[in-house]
Design a protein around this ligand. Structure first.
Ligand code: NAP
Length: 277
């Protein structure tokens, strides 16, 4: 094991957050995990009474974060690693999905993560060390019909992570955007928000996609415990990557996307360059 660290992970009630917390505790780290309910708080702390610390937080409550981080820094100790994991998937055809559904998707997946970063950064910057990991998605690189708001939020978090990494590298702070493929968590089950169908024109395109995702939930390729161990490898690294894909599905789909994108850029190169001068 490398030296013991204090990790702050948002959303440790299930899925990646819970798996990462458990693997980190098993590796000898201390974990402050955020949850939204008292029962989840108690359940988390019983994982490891002296090393697992739960705090109540809804990541849309940006006003609560400064106080929460100050309290954690004082009572638990310096936060070495922040993992912005809390998030959910909004599924629905764009034309059918209300703007409020998009606002909430971005509030949680983007604004929640950025607000946590802004609360933690002053401490990390003062110490001239730290690591921020943002759990994005392969949906931050590739797209498919029916998850426009989700992909939009994950593309946004990928971009923000990359910029932030360039801004804080001089202070010894690393930023890694972790983009998983499909994993066996509650993401496509209890956590997913599905816009009701309304426009028959989209039936042929979208109904099979929705059905396939519902049927696949719980049987996805990826094992969250293995993802957690991979994330710990990155946390232990002296030179962590700015982007990390998790899962062979993510690897194949993102590689294909990048090749298609490069080919499209090449085939329109002349028109692209025609605007200079
Ligand atoms: P999950 O099992 O549903 O876990 C999501 C966690 O986020 C839960 O702890 C949930 O808390 C918490 N959360 C949701 N909204 C929140 C809010 N407003 N404030 C605070 N906590 C909130 O799903 P998961 O797959 O582990 O999701 C974790 C991250 O991985 C998400 O960002 C997701 O987009 C990303 N991801 C997942 C996959 C996949 O295939 N599973 C792939 C790529 C990316 P509650 O228990 O209170 O709801």
């Amino acid at each position: 094991m490398s030296s013991s660290k204090t990790l702050l992970i948002t959303g440790v009630s299930s899925g990646f957050g819970r798996a990462l917390a458990q693997e980190a505790l098993a590796a000898g780290h201390r974990v402050v995990g955020t949850v939204r309910h008292t029962e989840a708080k108690e359940a988390f702390e019983t994982l490891s009474p002296n090393h697992a610390f739960a705090r109540l937080l809804d990541v849309t409550d940006a006003n609560a974060m400064e106080g929460l981080i100050a309290e954690v820094e004082q009572n638990v100790g310096p936060v070495d690693v922040l993992v912005n994991n809390a998030g959910y998937g909004q599924e629905g055809i764009l034309e059918e999905s209300p703007l409020d559904a998009m606002r909430l998707q971005f509030d949680v997946n983007v604004f929640g993560a950025v607000a946590m970063i802004k609360a933690v950064l002053p401490y990390m910057r003062r110490r001239r060390r730290g690591h921020i990991l943002n759990i994005t998605s392969m949906g931050g690189f590739i797209t498919m019909p029916g998850i426009a708001y989700y992909c939009g939020s994950k593309f946004a978090l990928e971009g923000i992570s990359e910029v932030l990494g360039k801004e804080v590298a001089p202070f010894g702070i690393a930023v890694t955007a972790v983009a998983p493929g499909s994993f066996r968590t509650d993401w496509a089950g209890r956590s997913m928000v599905r816009t009701p169908r309304a426009i028959a024109d989209y039936d042929a395109l979208f109904d099979p996609i929705r059905k396939a995702r519902e049927e696949k939930s719980g049987n996805q390729l990826g094992d969250p415990a293995k993802a957690a161990r991979a994330i710990l490898t990155v946390i232990d690294s002296d030179a962590p990557p700015a982007h990390l894909l998790l899962g062979s599905d993510a690897l194949a789909l993102v590689r294909d996307k990048l090749e298609t994108l490069a080919a499209e850029i090449d085939s329109w190169e002349a028109l692209t360059c025609s605007t200079d001068g």
